[in-house]
Write a protein that binds this ligand. Structure first.
Ligand SMILES: [Zn+2]
Length: 460
């Protein structure tokens, strides 16, 4: 296999595995718990500083590198299985490739392997990105980069040299990941110094986990160093997998206590990294000023901009029925035909044969609008529909600080066929809301709809 094929194979295998084990061993489980426990070690003022993003870091951002695959949004459960459902497009929804600084579709940026030595490097790169964002007062960006850094730090601390072990080392009892008391330490007075110390810290962490596990391997008749060497050459070598399986069966308690110890050691390193990042944050945190009245605040509202991946920048497709095989959502680009389905410019978004549960063009989270309860907004879009026009409308979705929707306001549906019609909705931001997103909704099974020129303004 070429190195590209090998890497692709590794991606496919790991995504497949991720889906397989989700129910029994939540793959993200340790990432989530280690991040949460690490945040829990912070002093109250630091916890308060990132309070609005804590749940998102724990449940979401620390998994970004595992969700940066091109198969998100594609059919077949990530494996190309014709019977498997579609993967939700988590990658575009969260701008995962942007925060990981690697776009696997257009091959832009740098891809880091989830194991040393590359994972060590990735920790340093994303530590710097997080420090940079926080020092400029960009809290959300800082937290997202921090999530990416945490992921690589965690992947460096759980038998990273060996996939057969790495993938078997899910702590069964996630409650055992906790620290009685730990005061995180500052890794350096300047970003440079801190980054260097963190680099050493993560290498020590990897060595620590290997030392913790070698006696177990020795007892099973395979030297840890030999296992490492075998695992370097092959992704899931049976010689190592057999030993791991045997250990888990015959010495379950010792195995489990090893994985738990490593997870807890990893918590300490994560806590130090987070504490240090926050020491460089701009304080006190100043919320961005409220949205200006009367100005369109939608990014790429006419869908003209792209990053070259065949999609309009800042938008993604929301597949509300992942099992639907017919519906299509495409970035429409006018050609030489007389009839062009655009209101202005050259591009619009199209929804075709949408299932009854709906198919949407949605604003990606990094382009969501920060709002305050009580403010009033008007959202509108031009739509041209054929078939069943009534299945199309614009929704303003409001979510709380954990990015969970609390309220949606819908316009009246489209009512005429084959002509551009402007749909609009007015709403006062409900309590608990922190974010607003535009959703362009279609649910017209035999129809087509083109959306263009989205406009969202704050009303006086
Ligand atoms: Zn990973």
């Amino acid at each position: 296999m070429s190195s590209f094929q090998a890497r692709y194979f590794e991606c496919v295998v790991s995504v497949f595995f991720l889906l397989l084990v989700r129910s029994a061993y939540p793959w993200g489980g340790e990432h989530n718990v280690i991040s949460k426990v690490a945040i829990g070690t912070l002093a109250p003022e630091d916890r308060e500083y990132i309070r609005s993003e804590s749940v998102a870091i724990e449940e979401n951002y620390c998994e970004f590198p595992d969700k940066n695959w091109p198969c998100f949004g594609e059919w077949g459960n990530g494996t190309g299985d014709p019977k498997g459902a579609r993967m939700p497009d988590f990658r575009r929804l969260w701008g995962v490739s942007y925060y990981c600084q690697w776009d696997p579709v257009i091959k832009k940026g740098t891809a880091y392997n989830h194991k040393p030595p590359q994972s060590w490097q990735a920790v340093e790169v994303h530590f710097r990105n997080a420090v940079d964002a926080f020092s400029k007062g960009k809290k959300e960006d800082g937290c997202r980069y921090m999530g990416v850094m945490l992921h690589y730090l965690q992947d460096s601390g759980a038998f990273p040299h060996m996939q057969p072990l790495h993938r078997s080392c899910h702590v069964k009892n996630l409650k055992a990941i906790h620290l009685e008391s730990y005061s995180p330490v500052i890794l350096g007075e300047t970003p440079d110094e801190a980054c260097k110390t963190l680099g050493e810290r993560v290498r020590q962490l990897t060595a620590w986990t290997e030392r913790r596990f070698s006696p177990l391997f020795d007892s099973a008749g395979l030297k840890f160093e030999d296992a490492k060497r075998i695992a370097e050459k092959e992704l899931m070598p049976s010689a190592v997998m057999d030993v791991v399986d045997r250990l888990k069966k015959e010495k379950f308690d010792e195995f489990e206590s090893g994985t738990t110890d490593c997870a807890n050691e990893c918590v300490r390193a994560c806590a130090d990294a987070i504490y240090t990042i926050l020491s460089f944050a701009k304080k006190p945190y100043v919320e961005s000023s409220p949205v200006e009245v009367g100005k369109n605040i939608v990014f790429n509202p006419s869908f003209e901009k792209t990053e070259g991946d065949g999609m309009p920048e800042g938008w993604c497709v929301g597949w509300l029925d992942l099992a639907d095989m017919k519906g299509r959502a495409e970035w429409y680009r006018a050609g030489t035909h007389w009839e062009k389905h655009v209101k202005t410019g050259q591009c619009s978004t199209m929804i075709l044969w949408a299932p009854s549960k709906g198919l949407e063009w949605q604003q990606a989270w990094p382009k969501a609008i920060k709002v305050n309860p009580g403010e009033k907004y008007q959202g509108s879009v031009w739509v041209k529909a054929s078939g069943k026009p009534q299945g199309n409308w614009i929704t303003l979705e409001f979510s709380d600080m954990n990015y969970k929707p609390v309220y949606t306001a819908k316009s009246k549906p489209c009512s005429i066929e084959s002509k551009w019609q402007q749909l609009s909705v007015e709403v006062a931001v409900p309590a608990e809301s922190r974010w607003m997103r535009v959703l362009l909704h279609g649910e017209s099974e035999d129809g087509a709809a083109w959306f263009d020129d989205v406009d969202v303004v704050r009303l006086p």
